[in-house]
Every structure is written in C-alpha cells, then in structure tokens.
Design a protein around this ligand. Structure first.
Ligand SMILES: Cc1ncc(COP(=O)(O)O)c(C=O)c1O
Length: 382
C-alpha cells in the first residue's frame, strides 16, 4: 500500500498531459490579438452545440453568468417565482435572487439528491415562471415529469447542468432538456478550463439572439443598448483551451464511470457497504460522476473528513448547509425542518477523490484510510 497523497481532483495532471496543445492554442490566441470573443469562441460554440445536440451554444464568463443570462433572457425578475432544490451549489439560488425573483424550494429525492418531481406541483403558484432542476454530481434530474408539469402550467425549464456536461437523460444529452441549459467550465467540472467560463445552450433562435446581446451589455448594434445586459463575455483563451479538451470529453467521462464502478466494487470488497451508502444510479440516463458521493452514518461524516484529510486523502462536502438555511436566504422565512431530505443529505454526504485518471491504487489508498477510520471508531465504541 502506497501512502502517497490522493487529491480530490487533478487539474494540474490533466493540464500537463495536454500541455503542448494547450500552450500552443493559448499562444495562438495571444498572437492573434483577439482575446475576447472572436473566431475561436465562435468555433468552440459550434463544436459545443454539436456535442450537446443543441442548435445554439453561447459562451459566457462563468456558470453563474449562464444562469443569469437564462433568467434575464426569459424576463424573469421581481414578482416572479422560480422553483429549485435547496440542495445544490449557491449559484443556483444566487442567480435567482440576483435578478430579483423569489426562489421557491422543492425538496430532493433522497437517493439521487436531485429535485423530487412528485413535490413540484404543490409549489406552483400563479407567480411561478420557471423550474430550475439541477443535475447534481453528474446525474440528470428526472426530467420527463418535470417537462410534463412545465407544459401543463406553461412554465420554462432552465437546466442547471453546471456539474453534468455529457450526462444523458433517456439518451438525450444535457443541453437539450430545457428551454435554456447552463454549463460551467470551472476547472474541476467534467470539462473545465484554467480559469472561469461558462456556456448556455438553446434550440430557440430568439433566445439565442437575446442572450448574445445580453452577454455584451445588451447591445445588438455596437453602442446601442436594447436590453439591460452586462459583461458576461467569454475570453478567447478559454475557448481555445476548451477546444483542445472537447475531443477528450468522452474518454474522460468513460474514465469517471469506470472509476465509479471500481469504487462500488472496492467498497464491497473492503466490507464498507454497511458504512458507506454508494451513489444510486438512476436507470433513465448516463451518470458522468463529476463527483462520487457516498453517504456516511449520522455523526460520523465530519470525523471521516478530518481523518481523510489528516492522511492526505482529498475529500469534500457538497454541501454542508442547504440553501434555505443560508444566512442571505433567511428572509425567505424558512427554518430547520422545512426541507428534511436536503437537511439530512447535508449532514451525511461525502465526496471521495474523483477524476478521469484516478488509478485503482489511489482508490485503494482512499478505502484503506476509510477502513482504518471505521476500525478505529469501532474500537473507541467497544
Ligand atoms: C450546480 C451549479 N450551478 C452553478 C454553478 C456556477 O458555476 P461557476 O462557478 O462557473 O459560476 C456551479 C459551479 O460550481 C454549480 O455547481
């Protein structure tokens, strides 16, 4: 057994593997003098739309910008309500509050951690304008019932696909499952850049045109501002880096899926399946394992985190506090107990090291340390 540290993800390793091509692509942009938008961005947008099977893709500054562009393009703002899960990254609610709309929470399914479609209808009011499902950890939310409800109540579906590039629902890729889909290229995502960038995709011509203007201060003609936009542009350097990476996306997704399978088997082999509840893969799609998240028995999670870190094994808690209990959302009037499934998940989830290149030896090291924790804690109890 090697005691080498195991990182949570390996951004530097992926850069080093492609360094020659990435450096050349970045230098080409620098030499071109076109460092914001421009031909590199246009080509990347076309390639990205083709990958997702969407008609249009539009690069932007971050996944957060992508969500803001979607909401602004649909004229969602003060007086409107947007339905979303309380168990997700802050940007999902942050973007809704930033445009002045009211977030309305719907609890999650305890197995997939995604919004529970069965609970959505009760949250719909005459003010509801959109449902914003999040495809958490690389697995799509259950989109068919969500699409049906949206149709029935005349609502928009905005996909927060920040963690789920390449994930599928009934053979359709993320990016085509809502009226607008939002992606992040934060470095640890399924396809990440070396900085911040994001993307929206849509099949709607008019929304694409409007978001193109919104991304650039609302201009459709230079210095003539049709909408109240902002600077949500993508740098050409990120498009160039992502163009180098895109052809590897399927290989990396296969690497993540193989690593998840290995974790599943190793957890069994180490007799840790009583301690760790493995991720549940829904039958309806392709999980891309942006994160491999296990559930740890109540009371043990934070101690496991501490132990893993002390042994130089990376891990993370996504997310320790649901959105309805965040300080800046308390004015919405929620308290402990309002969304119990999300609150339980926040106390129990643990993301283990996950990246396409992770080796079996590294995964064994992770589980050696976990098993040592369990042995130690049982001894303390005895
Ligand atoms: C679910 C979710 N939504 C939105 C975002 C925002 O993306 P970005 O960090 O690129 O702004 C993230 C990023 O971590 C995310 O995980």
């Amino acid at each position: 057994m090697t005691n080498a540290p195991v990182p949570l993800c390996d951004i530097l390793g992926q850069y080093q593997a492609l360094q020659t091509d990435i450096d050349a692509a970045v230098l080409k942009v620098l030499a071109s003098g076109q460092v914001i938008l421009g031909p590199e961005v246009l080509t990347f947008e076309k390639e990205y739309a083709d990958y997702c099977g969407a008609k249009h893709a539009l690069g932007c500054g971050s996944g957060t910008d992508a969500l803001l562009l979607a909401l602004a393009a649909l004229d969602i703002g003060p007086g409107d309500e947007v339905i979303l899960p309380p168990f997700t990254f802050f940007a999902t609610i942050g973007s809704v509050m930033r445009v002045g709309a009211k977030p309305v929470f719907v609890d999650i399914d305890p197995l997939s951690y995604n919004i529970d479609p069965k609970l959505i209808e009760a949250a719909i009011t005459p003010r509801t304008r959109a449902i914003m499902p999040v495809h958490l950890f690389g697995q799509c939310a259950d989109m068919s019932p969500i699409a049906e409800l949206a149709k029935e109540h005349n609502l928009h579906v905005i996909e927060d696909a920040a963690q789920s590039f390449g994930s599928c629902y009934e053979r359709r890729k993320c990016g085509t499952l809502g009226v607008i889909s939002c992606f992040s290229f934060y470095p640890s995502k399924n396809i990440g850049t070396l900085g911040d960038a994001g993307m929206v995709t849509t099949n709607d011509e008019a929304l694409h045109k409007k978001m193109t203007a919104l991304r650039n201060h609302g201009c459709d003609v230079k210095y003539f501002h049709k909408y109240l936009g902002w600077n949500a542009r993508i740098d050409a350097i990120h498009a160039a880096i992502l163009r180098v990476k895109l052809p590897y996306a399927e290989t990396w997704i296969a690497g993540r899926r193989a690593a998840a399978k290995r974790y599943d088997a190793l957890i069994e082999q180490y007799s840790l399946n009583g301690f760790f509840q493995r991720p549940v893969v829904e039958p309806y799609g392709r999980h891309t394992f942006n994160q491999y998240v296990v559930r740890v028995p109540a009371g043990h999670r934070d101690a496991v985190v501490k132990y893993l870190k002390s042994e130089n094994v990376g891990c993370e808690v996504y997310y320790p506090l649901p959105l309805h209990l965040q300080e800046c959302a308390l004015h919405l009037g929620h308290g402990v107990g309002d969304f119990p499934i999300s609150e339980d998940a926040a106390k129990a989830v643990l993301a283990l090291p996950m990246f396409p290149e992770i080796t079996e030896a590294q995964q064994r090291r992770v589980l050696d340390v976990c098993a040592a924790y369990v042995r130690q804690s049982l001894r303390l109890v005895a």
